[in-house]
Design a protein around this ligand. Structure first.
Ligand SMILES: NC(=O)c1ccc[n+]([C@@H]2O[C@H](COP(=O)([O-])OP(=O)(O)OC[C@H]3O[C@@H](n4cnc5c(N)ncnc54)[C@H](O)[C@@H]3O)[C@@H](O)[C@H]2O)c1
Ligand SMILES: [Zn+2]
Length: 367
């Protein structure tokens, strides 16, 4: 079925699904659900509290208008309560509502909502189908696509989870109109990251048309978002379980980004902001290794700054960051797999970077 808002189809072992991206497209949700093979049975919307009451009501009424008997549950979902307690509230509600395996769940919120609700959907009754309706830019560009679900333990983030692919990812930019600017900018970090690792032309569009893109209220902005989303969708299709080299490249800037989040106790920076500084360290490493020239470094710095993102922090401590990197769960046999740029638009993986180069690259974002 043709849909000009189709960003990509994601191909996975659990089935294929579409990612739809556009502005004011809620009226198209019904036929996308039909296309996804979701029968007109009961629908359980589980929504981030920030969507309550207006947007929840709108989605609820829209689902009813398509002929789905709809029930809605809102709960406060953020990083602090991305835990089993929230998952268990969802289980309790679904059981009270007598949800069955032939019904389906709508996850309506940011990345935390998607991760938690996706996990609940994978485990309740051994699995109920679900769709993602993301409401943050970070979730639209990244978290909602790919089927990784998770919640946190005291011991660390995302330690419990599953691969549970949604039946549909439906992204309407209208839902972003209440998103705080910092959250939006944090989402831009991931969207720009996609261009940096695999699409120089898209990077140029981000550079040249910032004014139109950043407000996210034009068809053109939706087109740009669509291109960025397509990159994530294609990587997932190639490397569903993160076994090969492709999906790892999405971690550009994340080794340092995670370290920054950790040493600042997840308080100072939003994820995308920390990744933004992390990407600067990665490109300085690339520069140190002679992979890119100084012009690329400047272009990356300029673009991140112009989308409201930080690129340095003189209060960070290099030793603390290096210690935090050592603890990263993504290390392979204690070795950091660095994602570096060979060019703007082309990432490579490098397992062999000396600690001197790492240190001197970190010093560039602290100095
Ligand atoms: N599954 C994956 O592949 C994947 C990838 C990246 C990140 N993640 C996860 O995503 C989470 C981060 O997601 P996020 O950045 O969307 O954060 P989030 O879900 O915490 O949302 C950020 C804040 O914005 C609020 N909010 C959401 N939509 C809003 C809107 N439209 N208007 C106003 N407020 C709104 C939320 O209530 C929250 O307070 C992390 O837990 C991370 O681990 C998962
Ligand atoms: Zn990220």
């Amino acid at each position: 079925m043709k849909n000009k808002y189709l960003a990509s189809e994601v191909n996975t072992s659990q089935g294929n699904y579409r990612v739809i991206v556009g502005k004011s497209i809620l009226n198209l949700l019904g036929r996308e659900l039909e296309y996804a093979g979701i029968e007109k049975k009961k629908c359980f919307i589980i929504a981030d509290k920030s969507m309550f009451p207006k947007k929840v009501k709108l989605l609820h009424e829209t689902m009813e208008s398509f002929g789905y008997r709809t029930n809605t549950f809102s709960l406060e979902l953020n990083e602090e309560n991305k835990n089993y307690n929230s998952v268990s509230k969802i289980y309790d509600w679904l059981s009270t509502m007598k949800a069955e395996r032939k019904d389906f769940i709508v996850s309506f919120g940011g990345g935390v909502a998607g991760d938690i609700i996706g996990f609940a959907a994978s485990s309740y009754l051994r699995g109920i189908p679900y769709i993602q309706v993301p409401t943050t830019l970070a979730a639209m560009t990244d978290a909602a696509i790919g089927g990784k679900t998770a919640y946190n333990l005291d011991a660390g983030k995302n330690l419990i989870g599953s691969f549970n692919q949604p039946k549909l990812v439906f992204e309407d930019l209208d839902f972003l109109n209440t998103l705080p600017i910092r959250e939006k900018n944090s989402g831009w970090a991931e969207a720009i990251k996609h261009a940096l690792i695999s699409d120089e032309k898209l990077f140029e569009e981000f550079e040249n048309n910032k004014k139109v893109i950043i407000n996210l209220d034009t068809e053109y902005a939706a087109e740009i978002l669509k291109k960025s989303v397509r990159i994530k969708a294609q990587v997932v299709s190639k490397d569903e379980f993160e076994r090969g080299q492709d999906r790892i490249k999405l971690n550009y800037g994340h080794t340092i980004g995670h370290a920054i989040e950790k040493v600042t106790k997840f308080k100072k920076y939003l994820h995308g902001e920390a990744v933004s500084i992390g990407m600067m360290v990665s490109i300085y490493i690339s520069l140190n290794l002679g992979l890119v020239n100084i012009d690329s470094v400047k272009r990356q710095k300029n673009i991140l700054n112009s989308y409201g993102l930080p690129t340095n922090d003189k209060n960070l401590n290099a030793e603390e960051l290096i210690e935090a990197i050592r603890m990263d769960k993504k290390n392979v046999d204690g070795n950091v797999q660095w994602i570096l740029l060979r060019n703007i638009g082309e990432a490579i993986i490098e397992g062999n970077v000396s600690s001197e180069i790492v240190k001197s690259s970190i010093s560039k974002i602290i100095g």
